[in-house]
Design a protein around this ligand. Structure first.
Ligand code: XIL
Length: 373
């Protein structure tokens, strides 16, 4: 049966009103997302930030719903080595130890974030001396070897390289490494080092392309990068689909967005790569202020997106980038705020940890997904 986006939105709006009124706490929900996921061979995870790692109620919600953890910031180079040679593994170690106690898998995010502004300041200012390509390679090697050796088998899956493609041009972004080593060479080496020093981990290229017209160059660039890596024999296992989707995306049945998204995922999986949804949230900044309408719009888009993306059996992990609205990075992301000053509602639970229609939509999409082998 084909349900139109409009009738689905109306149905979700009705659902939104009732769910909001009954305000279900996670403990009252019949089945956790991780139990639903397990039935399908799908891991369900969440990015937890340091601020919320000391909140027992939030952690309990995460432990109930998820069997996978990623640190929101604590595993990044800026956090692990804020000054050259001064390592700060403590916060990530604590999170990963908790994950292990809970029986959760851990994703490492990330070894190298290509855009210069996300590299440590000292790396951007590093003196590469008379043999810059050798020095750049040595610095990259030291970082990846140190981090992979420190965490060892604790990491099930690594985002080895994050956001290497410039969405505007489809070309590879520049940074102190690419300028000295060549961009493809640096990305290739990062994967080879990760393979050598985290031999059991799944190795992922992670980026934020989507199905919309504005992402056309981004998709093209990511496909080119993946083809280039595959043809060099680079050990890349999967593409991370960040999935920071927005209410303006349209991937409903029959839409151009869905056609383009499928075409993209077909080509990626055709290369033998797996898929992961690594950072899911729904930006509601263009939806009206009314909470029920907004929550319904967010849920409807999520269902459309997840139905398409989870129809690929190669997609075996689904991770949220924050589970409750007050924990979402979007509340503080100044590049695209809501203009009415309202708090964003991009995650499946509200700031009181009550389930929202988005949580229903995610559960429904997992239930509708095929079983992974
Ligand atoms: C974001 C964090 O959520 C913020 O707290 C931080 O200030 C910036 O980074 N893509 C990624 C994530 O790969 O690492 C980003 O996380 C969100 C976009």
């Amino acid at each position: 049966m084909k349900i139109s986006r409009r009738s689905f939105l109306a149905a979700m709006a009705a659902g939104a009103a009732s769910t909001h009124a009954t305000a279900l706490l996670a403990a009252d929900l019949p089945e956790s997302l991780k139990v639903l996921g397990k039935r399908k061979g799908l891991n369900v995870g969440n990015a937890i930030g340091g601020r919320y790692f000391s909140d027992p109620a939030y952690k309990a919600l995460m432990a109930r719903e998820c069997n996978m953890l990623v640190a929101e910031n604590e595993g990044k180079w800026q956090a692990l080595e804020p000054r050259q040679g001064q390592y700060n593994f403590g916060p990530a170690d604590a999170m990963y130890a908790w994950a292990r106690e809970q029986g959760m898998l851990v994703r490492g995010h990330n070894l190298v974030w290509q855009e210069a502004k996300w590299l440590p300041k000292w790396v951007n200012e590093f003196d590469f001396g008379a043999q810059p390509s050798k020095a750049a390679e040595a610095l990259l090697r030291k970082h990846i070897v140190t981090v992979c050796s420190h965490f060892g088998d604790a990491i099930h899956s690594y985002d080895v390289v994050n956001e290497a493609v410039d969405p505007k041009t489809g070309g590879l972004r520049a940074n102190v490494f690419t300028e000295r080593m060549g961009a493809l060479e640096q990305i290739d080496l990062s994967f080879r080092l990760a393979k050598e020093h985290a031999p059991k981990a799944q190795l992922v290229y992670n980026d934020y392309m989507r199905g919309d017209e504005g992402s056309a160059k981004h998709r093209e660039g990511v496909l080119k990068l993946l083809h280039d890596l595959k043809s060099r024999g680079t050990p890349v296992h999967a593409l991370g689909l960040q999935s920071h989707i927005g209410s303006w995306d349209d991937v409903s049945n029959g839409s151009k967005g869905q056609r383009e998204w499928r075409k993209f995922l077909d080509e990626v999986t055709g290369m033998g790569l797996d898929l992961l949804i690594t950072e899911f949230d729904v930006n509601d900044r263009k939806l009206p202020a009314d909470v029920a309408t907004r929550d319904a719009g967010v849920a409807a888009l999520a269902k459309d997106y997840l139905d398409v993306t989870l129809s690929y059996k190669q997609c075996k992990d689904f991770l949220l980038w924050g589970m409750a609205d007050h924990t979402s990075w979007l509340q503080e992301w100044k590049e695209a705020p809501r203009t009415d000053g309202q708090k964003m509602r991009p995650t499946p639970f509200d700031d009181q940890l009550r389930a929202k229609p988005l949580r229903d939509a995610i559960a429904a999409a997992i239930k509708a997904a095929p079983v992974r082998s």
